[in-house]
Design a protein around this ligand. Structure first.
Ligand code: IMP
Length: 182
């Protein structure tokens, strides 16, 4: 099959397996339950497109009512390095004033998106409690001083794909996280 992509799935190395992700989701969901007040609903904000798999799988392990909301931001374009050029494509949300809000991201790289979102939610939405969870944390690539409340795995400064993360729109549908060795 011919696809418009200069990377071949045959060269992809598995970094985090499907099983490892699944086990981590249970741990994160358990931690999320302890962060927010007991017996109160949570608004999970899925940051599209990259968080689509992580967010949908994660909420299955949260044992209380979860409202799912979706926003869309783009920062990488078609590159493997952050462009530092954040594009807010859709930030439409209901009133989150006094709600328990969980921002769900796929990866924190430079931290610019996380900084933007955290500030936006704090200032515009005035939630009761705000928490930030990311599946992957590329600590070594940070350009701004920000850390998530929770993260699944720390990764090196390499471009990763799969489980929602893409390269030129491809590889999002892989059930694991992988990378292309240099
Ligand atoms: P940041 O603003 O630089 O922290 O970048 C955040 C966004 O860049 C993420 O939500 C991803 O969409 C994208 N991104 C960062 N690193 C990677 C990667 O290794 N693979 C795929 N997308 C990435």
């Amino acid at each position: 099959m011919t696809i418009n992509c200069d990377k071949d799935i045959k060269d992809l190395k598995v970094l985090i397996s499907e099983e490892e992700i699944k086990e981590k989701l249970k741990v994160l969901a358990n931690d999320i339950e302890t962060i927010f007040p007991r017996d109160e609903e949570i608004y999970a904000i899925c940051v599209l497109k990259g968080s689509v798999m992580f967010c949908s799988d994660l909420v299955k392990y949260i044992h209380r009512p979860v409202q799912m909301e979706f926003i869309r931001i783009s920062s990488y374009g078609n590159e493997t390095k952050s462009t530092n050029n954040l594009q807010a494509i859709d930030l439409t949300l209901p009133n989150l004033n006094d709600k328990n809000v969980l921002i769900v991201e796929d990866i924190i790289d430079t931290g610019l998106t996380a900084r933007f979102l955290t500030d936006l939610f704090k200032i515009k939405h005035l939630p009761k409690k705000l928490a930030f969870v990311t599946l992957l944390n590329k600590k070594c690539a940070r350009q701004v001083d920000i850390e998530p409340d929770l993260y699944g795995f720390e990764v090196d400064d390499k471009f990763v794909v799969g489980y929602g993360l893409d390269y030129k729109g491809y590889f999002r549908n892989l059930p694991y996280i992988g990378y292309f060795p240099a």
